[in-house]
Design a protein around this ligand. Structure first.
Ligand code: NAD
Length: 491
């Protein structure tokens, strides 16, 4: 193994003040693939000081939009030219099949280019207000932005946050998941190489309760952008009260995918599989609850199970692999424990349900594609986010019942509807309490469109204009066009 990998703080590669290291594993083999420095609160404090100086003292807040766009385009170009290195590393550290990690890298480049282009486009407004005044409204950067992301899309989640924050003129302190820091560390090699001024983008490494909490709590961090679990989101919200920092939270989900009897059958089956088993089910917006109309219930399940049994599980590096390992032993055990809960609750297991242990599989964290049918709304496997390859199927009679079941959740991230009656599909979508919705498809995500949830799935939106605005403050400037004393007080 090579040297201990470092943090990037104020333009320099640094070992943590802790002197400790953390081993990073390949989830397909359980092997140690890298050793990284283990950050502590003091490292965050240093990184924040660098980001604060870069913003307020060293001129970043006055950088032109053209210059920020140039840097983001350059970052995209270099990332694209090294794409293979990045997606292979992502598959090694996260386990996802190459065909998914390669899309993550190209999506990351597209997102960088979207915000690079966007950088020079925002404009303010003017209002004709009374009293011979001209009132202008401008958007300005917030300042130092802290960012915390999970392990399921390590590189892409980094870019979803860094790109709009830099486009809007902020400085950044970024923390990847402690389980999957490798592509972020490599990204910072490029950030270093292409000449972002020192302190503008910083990388801290380490766990949530210390390093993440310090970022959320630190009084010089003016905004915290978080993607991860809902209970962590709750802790971050509390920590952020220290200085009433701006927050955006992209949290968990238990998203319904509704299939009506008039849907295109094979298309709906295909997307039902894609909705839950893509990225091993470790997707916040996964269609983890499949709602089937009673007239097609049995036939649909039969075809679904037939197809799910054929999903090829294996190493992400095998090009024929369709599902890789789960991220870690802990997470695999959590998913397996939910499968046991489902059985105890009386749901009917019709596909999978086991860890795969034959041969080399036994060293990794592989779980079969799993399907429970005949589930009831109050079962834990129906209500709680499992975040793995486990689908729960529910039956409904009509449109009204489908909407009721779909909305019976504390989450509200995503939802899908399959029907060839477009008026009905649209009517149903408008009744679903979810921020990201699809008709006759599932999962496509666009840089142009806002990403985020209702209810306990989060606060704020990423991507598009909405995502950019989350990294700005709004200022009104009132200009007096009739300059004379107010005369309010006697002379
Ligand atoms: P997690 O909440 O355990 O961890 C996410 C990040 O938060 C990690 O970097 C972790 O170190 C950090 N963290 C943990 N505790 C913290 C604390 N007390 N203070 C500050 N930071 C802390 O989530 P995970 O297991 O890495 O990811 C899975 C979760 O992420 C799922 O719930 C999933 O739905 C959610 N997710 C949501 C979206 C979205 O866009 N809504 C996208 C991807 C993942």
């Amino acid at each position: 193994m090579g040297d201990v990998l470092k943090q990037y703080i104020n333009g320099e590669w640094k070992l943590s003040e802790s002197g400790n290291t953390r081993e990073i594993l390949n989830p397909a083999t359980g092997e140690v693939i890298a050793e990284v420095t283990e950050g502590i609160r003091a490292d965050v404090i240093n990184a924040v000081a660098g980001a604060k100086a870069a913003f307020y003292e060293n001129g970043w807040m006055d950088t032109s939009a053209v210059e920020r766009a140039r840097l983001l385009f350059k970052l995209a170009d270099v990332l694209e030219s090294r794409a293979e290195e990045f997606y292979k590393l992502e598959t090694t550290n996260n386990g996802k099949p190459i065909r998914e990690s390669s899309v993550d890298v190209s999506d990351a480049c597209a997102c960088l280019r979207y915000y690079a282009g966007f950088t020079t486009k925002p404009h303010g407004v003017t209002y004709d207000v009374p009293d011979d005044m001209q009132s202008l409204v401008v958007r300005e950067p917030i300042g130092v932005c802290g960012m915390i992301v999970p392990w399921n899309y390590p590189l892409l989640m980094a870019i979803w946050k860094i790109a709009p924050a830099i486009a809007a003129g902020n400085t950044v302190v970024f923390k990847p998941s402690e389980i999957t820091p490798l592509t972020a560390i490599k990204l910072f090699e490029i950030i270093d190489e292409i000449g972002f001024p020192k302190g503008v983008i910083n990388l801290v490494l380490g766990d949530g309760p210390n390093v993440g909490d310090e970022l959320a709590r630190n009084r010089d961090v003016e905004k915290i952008a978080f993607t991860g679990g809902t209970s962590t989101g709750r802790s971050i919200m509390k920590a952020a009260t220290s200085n009433i920092k701006k927050i955006s939270l992209e949290l968990g989900g238990k998203s319904p995918n509704i299939v009506f009897e008039d849907a295109d059958f094979e298309t709906a089956v295909d997307y039902a599989l894609f909705a839950i088993f893509c990225n091993q089910g470790q997707v916040c917006s996964a269609g983890s609850r499949l709602l089937l109309q009673e007239s097609i219930y049995d036939k649909f399940i039969e075809r679904l199970v037939e197809r799910a049994k054929k999903i090829k599980v294996g190493s992400g590096f095998d090009e024929s692999t369709e599902m890789g390992p789960l991220i870690s032993q802990n997470h695999m055990n959590k998913v397996l424990s939910y499968i046991e809960i489902g059985k105890k609750e009386g749901a009917k297991l019709v596909c999978g349900g086991n860890r795969i242990t034959e041969g080399t599989f036994g060293k990794g964290y592989f779980v079969e594609p799993t399907i429970f049918v005949d589930t009831l709304p109050d079962m834990r496997i129906v209500q709680e986010e499992i975040f793995g390859p486990v689908l729960v199927v529910q039956k409904f009679k009509d449109e009204k019942e489908a909407i009721k079941l779909a909305n019976d959740s504390c989450y509200g991230l995503a939802a899908g509807v399959f029907s060839n009656d477009i008026a009905k599909a649209h009517r149903v979508i408008r009744k679903l309490r979810a921020g990201i919705t699809w008709i006759n498809t599932y999962h496509p995500t666009y840089n142009e469109a806002p990403w985020g949830g209702y209810k306990q799935s989060g606060i704020g939106r990423e991507l598009g204009t909405y995502g950019y605005e989350e990294y700005t403050e709004v200022k009104q400037i009132n200009i007096n066009l009739d300059v004379k004393p107010t005369g309010w007080f006697a002379k």
